[in-house]
Ligand binder design. Sequence first.
Ligand SMILES: [Fe+2]
Length: 217
Amino acid sequence: MQHPRHDIYAFIHKGLRAFMAHTLVRVGRLDAHDSADIAVVSEEVRALLDICEHHLENENRHVHPAMEARQPGSCADVAAEHEAHALEIAQLRWLLERVPGNDEAAQGLYRRLSDFVGHNFEHMGKEEREHNAVLWAHYSDDEIRAIEHAIVSGEAPDRLQLAMRWMLPHMTPNERAGMLGGMRRTAPAEVFDGVLNLIRPLLGGRDWRKLTLALGI
Ligand SMILES: [Fe+2]
């Protein structure tokens, strides 16, 4: 079997798909007349929109220029979709502010968010097929990892933590052990322990056992 190429999108897209799916169904059962419920859901929706916006900015800033440098025109399609997504995000933020006490706004938010999630699911699939094909044709795995490193090393700690919170519980046990094994080698011990404590309650018992066995902890 051929060794698989490095997929820069795989894990962050798994995390985004999980966060989007979770938030969409959560908004579907939101009570627009319960301020505590609104507070919880609003925080989740804001965090989701923030990470989506930041994610597309990262792709625009770090991934697209690399692709365009070696295959001009290869990002045009996805770049236009990013502009449309930025607009959808602004509309969702506007709708969210109108939810308190307003059933119509809550339903509107749910349906618009559903459209947004649908667009993003197709969009991420396209990036994983078409953009990876361009990256793999023109860059080595080490070069692709360098692009990824430039993105991750520029992230604020709370952004990284949120990404970890959605990526790690939603990848396979092997992928999870690989990512955390890498983190144990490179990150300070308290950061590694913090991430373990963050995801432990989010993992089922079987997944937690597999992880502790794989890491020998
Ligand atoms: Fe994208």
